[in-house]
Design a protein around this ligand. Sequence first.
Ligand code: ADP
Ligand code: MG
Ligand code: ZN
Length: 611
Amino acid sequence: MKFLKIAKEALRKQGRRLLSYSRSHPNAFMARFFMSFALAIMTAWGTYTILQPPSMPLTTFLEQVDAGKVESATISNEILNWDVDAVIGGKGYYVMVPPDGIDQAEGNQSRNITQVLKAAGVKIEFVDGLRSKIEKMGTIAAPIVMVIFVMLFFFFQMKDSSTAWMKIVKDVKVKFKDVAGADEAKGELREVMQLMTGELDFSATKARMPRGVLLSGPPGTGKTLLAKALAGEAGTSFIAVSGSDFRSMWYGGSQRRVRALFDYARSNRPCIIFIDEFDAIGAKRSEHNDVISKESNGTLNQLLVEMDGFHNNDGITIIAATNLADQLDPAVTRPGRLDRRVEVGLPTQNGREAILVVHCEGRAMAQDVSLSTVARGTPGFSGADLANLVNEAAIFAARDGRAEIRSVDLEAAKNKVIMGLERKSLQLTEEDRRLTAWHEAGHALAACLTEHSDPVHTATIVPHGRALGMVVSLPERDRVSITLAKLRDDLVVAMAGRAAEAEVFGDDMITSGAESDIQFATERATAMVTRWGFSDAIGMIRISDSHAANDQSVKEEIRDVVRKAYERARSLVGDNRTALDRIAEALLDQETISGEQVRAIAAVNAVAKAA
Ligand code: ADP
Ligand code: MG
Ligand code: ZN
């Protein structure tokens, strides 16, 4: 094998390829051989059993013997029984009989099947069970076994060397200019690109070239795009796989795929291997010894071996992407492996504007469009969300028969991206509509009357997805940390939906509609108590999730935080009943109202701010 590798290397340098060279591992070959063989035998056995004549119960058979209808019988000995292949009325039947006595004839003499048949004058043949089976199998099944074996053998071979599961782009068009914002990540990758192309030379200082880069960040922030742009700038091929692609239904299959990936990459240098969802393959190795853990540990080990340049990996750069960087095995990020880690976060306001500019390029925009306003109004949006927003706006404009995108299109598109798809088809009863209207009015009012919560952007009672209605609040600016005051106010806003239901319809009429509010409140309050040190009783200590779930005093604290928020919400809606009713009526009337409308109603009718 080693010799072949050297020979292949030499040939490649001369620009030629060694033909019919298969780099199958010898073990893989044997595994394939035996697996194909076993499956072929099993299939043949199945066919053989199906081809067996129909079976007949022993008692029925004996009746046929007595009636003199049995023409001939072939008896064969099996391990625990005898088999009789009988011909009755020209048809073959199969009867299973015990080898010892089955019949007590005259004088207490126990007779076995041979004696019974002989007495009845049936023509009997006795054969060796095993031998006759092998003979039958031989004639019926041997050709089938051969064909199936060959088919399976090549099928497994195919699975081995197939590259169909990899996405391969030879000529990448994406460039760094297509990636907006993400300046740090771009800077880092630009340096990698310069090293790849030799623009930057590390050899003078004997610095080590980074072998791989780990891009970590939430979905939709442009990690795939960055990796593609790197390939586009460096002019290399781009081989994209996903961590989940390595999950294989064959034992050892995922390791084979890792090998196949690197084999392919080595014969297509220079190239970039992009592994998306890297956590699916690079997660911490398990200490368990079950089959699944063994398989996934083996996959990661194989990947590390390949990355370590045990083989010659020059010209191969690995870019991995994940949003679960802290779950990776520490071995993955050791020097010589994915030794550069780049955070790709959600874009800032300037970043969002730049991304919008990139995606609006080549589209006609009306005079009234201000992308910086859109950028300001979309905190928390990822690059993918913004790309989606521009596309939806273009669809709105086209539906309206216009070639240019207007500000209203962008606004409508933004709502669509935030709220998801409307479910107009869901018909609500009048009672449900009223309950929903006051529930959402509660949220909206509380958002107006609490100082630190985010301003309302839209309130609606049109069902979206699983929600019957919703209030969307957008932060006024990008936020890095959250104050205790804001956390508390956010909880009041979350609890105000249920509080309004109870206030208006009575304590018995509250609904299940607060499920997601309760989930949000629980998660927030739990983090406040167990991670952010906001509980006096618990103190500034970090409590693990598993501990928090079982600790009574922690649960008591979490409950207390939520209960206080609910009490504040309840008195807020009670004190401002007129404002609450006006907002709910506006919702019943118009179904969707803007944040400005909510604020205008509250400004006129609200009497008390939140305590
Ligand atoms: P990730 O891999 O981080 O989940 P992607 O690279 O797949 O994100 O992004 C999906 C799409 O979103 C891209 O194809 C692109 O249209 C858009 N996008 C995301 N981030 C950016 C960005 N920084 N600049 C321009 N477009 C972006
Ligand atoms: Mg992606
Ligand atoms: Zn709610």
